[in-house]
Ligand binder design. Structure first.
Ligand SMILES: Nc1nc2c(ncn2[C@@H]2O[C@H](COP(=O)(O)OP(=O)(O)OP(=O)(O)O)[C@@H](O)[C@H]2O)c(=O)[nH]1
Ligand SMILES: [Mg+2]
Length: 303
């Protein structure tokens, strides 16, 4: 039997480039919340994949941006930590977007770090072949990249060539994680992320950035107050959606409560898939002005 090897890879880049979509594609199942809103990911999320003798530990990270709140400072600290931990870096860029100051700043930082870095030009489904070649030419001198690999994380385009390269370069001895280990996220934290994802997908502008989800109740069969009509294998979840101001609460509720109803139904559907059992979800919207700058609130939210 061949020796077991592993690699720890941080998935980094600017907001909205498709890092979490890539994590899910690599894992072959949904773990991280994804949305069209920048700054969707707020913490570092570990996903482990075992392929033959090789174990890959992927670290999804928040998109790199200038922090305006304590929350965003913590998000950037998660990026720092993942950069420290990883032996290989997967820098995901939106190939359909132009190369700007954010990319130049990150390249400067990575140049100092001197860690093997792969440039993943994502969203190739949106580009012609000619434009893709132009993009490769634009990026190739930004850093001495170990490889430049065009991918389409959403549709799973070019994932096999990516795996081949990663399998070649995962050279650390041993497996740091147990074979059964898939993620460091708990069911509760995944549930709150999936609920927040639904809010992000259905609201616009400044609302999403001021939203957080707190699981208030998680009741299993046999526990007091568990609704017996949910059956012997269900789970009852009550969650609070925190918003930054009252105007946002009104937007989330919708004119006659239809927005929150829609969010609740789609989140409940997704949680059933995640937890593989009947789920009843209740949501409450609460105004908590300035929560993004209160350390104790951020602690409670595990941010
Ligand atoms: N067309 C296309 N869209 C993609 C692709 N990959 C990701 N997206 C979309 O890009 C948006 C952002 O994706 P995310 O995976 O949430 O991006 P992220 O880099 O994790 O963003 P942050 O967590 O905010 O930093 C979503 O609307 C995705 O559906 C792709 O290959 N093609
Ligand atoms: Mg993300």
């Amino acid at each position: 039997m061949a020796e077991r090897r592993h690699a720890t890879l941080a998935i980094i880049g600017l907001p909205n480039s498709g890092k979490s979509t890539l994590l899910n594609a690599l894992l072959g199942q949904k773990l991280a919340a994804t949305s069209q809103i920048p700054q969707t990911t707020r913490t570092r999320v570990l996903g482990v994949v075992d392929r033959g003798d090789i174990q890959f530990a992927f670290l999804d990270t928040p998109g790199i941006h200038l922090p305006k709140h304590a929350l965003n400072e913590r998000m950037m600290a998660h990026v720092d930590q993942a950069l420290e931990e990883a032996d290989l870096l997967l820098w995901v860029v939106d190939a359909d977007d132009h190369l700007g100051t954010g990319e130049h700043a990150l390249a400067k930082r990575l140049r100092k770090l001197e860690r093997p870095t792969y440039l993943l030009l994502n969203k190739i489904d949106l580009l012609s072949k000619g434009r893709l070649l132009e993009k490769i030419a634009t990026y190739k001198d930004l850093l001495p990249f170990k490889e430049i690999i065009p991918i389409g994380a959403k549709m799973g385009l070019n994932m096999e060539p990516l795996w081949t390269i990663l399998e070649r370069d995962a050279i650390r001895p041993g497996w740091p994680y147990h074979e059964e280990m898939f993620t460091d996220q708990t069911e509760r934290s995944l549930a709150s992320e999936f609920i927040r994802e639904k809010v992000l997908r259905k609201t616009r502008e400044e609302v999403p950035h001021g939203v957080a989800v707190l699981i208030e109740q998680w009741l299993e069969p046999g526990q007091e107050d568990y609704p017996v009509d949910l059956g012997p294998e269900g789970v009852f979840i009550a969650a609070q959606i925190l918003v930054d101001r009252d105007g946002h609460r009104k937007i989330l509720l919708g004119t006659s409560g239809e927005m929150i109803k829609d969010i609740r139904q789609s989140a409940q559907r997704e949680l059933r898939k995640l937890l593989q059992r009947p789920v009843r979800l209740e949501l409450f919207v609460k105004v908590d002005e300035g929560w993004r700058d209160r350390p104790e609130r951020l602690d409670r939210l595990s941010l």
